[in-house]
Design a protein around this ligand. Structure first.
Ligand code: KIV
Ligand code: ZN
Length: 511
């Protein structure tokens, strides 16, 4: 019997700390539903004390999710613990994850606290958190640069105080696998009562070793890995969930543990997170990159055709590639459409939103031979159907682009239901479209990112556009999808403007 390796997903917390990846409550809920389907053990849904919006999103996730534990992060102080406890209150299974830095540099320069004060705060906050839930996790921030004797002391005391999970973070991505494995081994050997808790690892990817370091910790006794979909996260990101899960599963001969992850949900989860955050997945990314299972050289193709395992150590379908063909067609009814959305974890705000999305689906089915799950995800993302009311909506767009001529765009859109017209020229059709919109809306926002990806294969595929806008310190992503990428661009721009204007949109947790 293999040990269970617990998967703690922090896409909605550490992942959200990636620049521009801040999400609305509805977007977080959609991702949380997908994470539940994927089978993650713990969803770190946010940092309740960061803002009322963050607390509200955690609470909404705690109300909606039954199959995973819902966790809120909290610094080791009373205010944060009370906020976290309140936010996870509706959860069937809720956890508070409290942390404080233990390295000399953090204690002295950032916290301006003596080691004894840090120890006291850690113990006090674990005890306070236990008043809300018996599932309390403690993290020693910057454990990688902490002194071993002090770490042992802190962990000993927080275990005595009642922490059930002890997390050892490489906050700055500084370690290397041999040292990180050794650190985990020593901690488990030296901390009294270490057998009573789950040991966890949380690695950042600054030197590209987050996954390798996490796996080294697992080989030395860690039984929880904190990770994110697509490796999203602060700076260079966190350990990527898909790589951890598939490494452990593919190398059963090496790892004496396994997860309860449904690997066929890995690719859909990756695509959803990429769509919502606007962070594209690089084509050569392990497991979830578009080329992860593509064989280009003749020798490789020949080998795979003769015997697949000559060059493949995993099967694409086992991680969710190709498992996403939609069984709905042009003639499918509204109920079948609604059922499929529910299967994908998409809950629309109203009947009106469902009708609009259904009309869009029919329209798309007319233009596109095959419709995939990703097409549906994009369809609900780009106009914010899931979120309900949107201020700006695109009605129509006409673009003229001809060799040697200046591109020109004419748009009709609604602003709170009132029809507006806009026209403009630019260096290309997309530039002309954005300039036309700005000439009427005058948002003053800065365009930080514009990117286009095809959602599925083929020239009839929908193009998915992400637009990142910044205004007064707030950064938002807008998405738009259409078989016409200029239309997709206009939708993405309007979606981002809607978020900038929406009171629902939360401030970035770091702001
Ligand atoms: O990187 C880190 O140390 C963290 C902690 C809050 C666990 O994210
Ligand atoms: Zn982190």
């Amino acid at each position: 019997m293999k040990d269970r390796l617990f998967i703690f997903d922090t896409t909605l917390r550490d992942g959200e700390q990636s620049p521009g990846a801040s999400m609305t409550k509805e977007e977080k809920l959609r991702i949380a539903r997908q994470l539940e389907k994927l089978g993650v053990d713990v969803i770190e849904a946010g940092f309740a004390a960061a803002s009322p919006g963050d607390a509200g999103a955690i609470r909404a996730i705690a109300e909606a999710i039954q199959g995973s534990t819902i966790c809120s992060l909290a610094r080791a102080n009373e205010r944060d613990i009370h906020a976290a406890g309140g936010a996870i209150e509706p959860a069937k299974s809720g956890r508070i994850h409290t942390f404080i830095a233990t390295s000399p540099i953090h204690m002295e320069k950032k916290l301006r606290m003596q080691p004894d004060q840090v120890l006291e705060a850690a113990v006090k906050s674990v005890k306070l958190a236990l008043e809300y839930t018996d599932d309390v996790e403690f993290s020693a921030e910057d454990a990688v640069r902490s002194e071993m004797d002090f770490l042992v002391r802190v962990f000993d005391e927080v275990i005595k105080a009642g922490a059930k999970t002890i997390n050892v973070p490489d906050t700055v991505g500084y370690s290397i696998p041999a040292l990180w494995g050794e650190r985990m081994k020593q901690l488990i050997e030296r901390v009294p009562n270490s057998g009573k808790v789950i040991w966890s690892t949380h690695c950042h990817n600054d030197l590209g070793m987050a996954v390798a370091n996490s796996l080294a910790a697992v080989m030395n006794g860690a039984r929880q890995v904190e990770c994110t979909i697509n490796g999203l996260g602060e700076r260079a990101g966190n350990a990527s969930l898909e790589e951890i899960v598939m490494a452990v599963r593919t190398r059963r001969d090496v790892f004496n543990c396994d997860t309860r992850i449904d690997a066929t949900q890995i690719v859909p989860s990756s695509k959803l997170v990429s769509t919502i955050t606007g962070y594209p997945v690089q084509p050569n990314k392990a497991i979830v990159g578009a080329n992860a299972f593509a064989h280009e050289s003749g020798i490789h193709q020949d080998g795979v055709l003769k015997h697949r395992e000559t060059y493949e150590i995993m099967r694409a379908e086992d991680v969710g590639w190709h498992a996403n063909r939609l069984s709905l067609g042009k003639l499918s009814g509204r109920n079948a459409f609604k059922t499929k959305l529910a299967e994908l974890g998409i809950v629309l705000a109203s009947e009106e939103a469902l009708n609009t999305a259904f009309a869009r689906f029919k329209d798309l089915a007319d233009k596109k031979r095959e419709i995939f799950d990703e097409d549906l995800q994009a369809l609900v993302s780009d106009e914010g159907y899931a979120a309900g009311h949107e201020r700006f909506k695109l009605r129509s767009l006409k673009v003229c682009s001809e060799t040697g001529e200046i591109p020109n765009a004419q748009l009709v859109f609604t602003d709170e239901g009132v029809e507006k017209q806009a026209g403009g020229t630019g260096s290309g059709p997309v530039d002309a479209t954005f300039k036309a919109l700005e000439s009427v809306v005058n948002s003053g926002a800065d365009l930080l990112l514009y990117s286009v990806n095809n959602i599925t294969r083929g020239t009839d595929a929908q193009g998915e556009v992400t637009v990142r806008l910044a205004l007064d310190g707030r950064v938002v992503n807008g998405q738009g999808a259409d078989t016409d990428i200029v239309v997709a661009s206009a939708k993405a721009y309007l979606h981002a403007l809607n978020k900038l204007h929406s009171k629902r949109e939360r401030a970035h947790p770091q702001v």
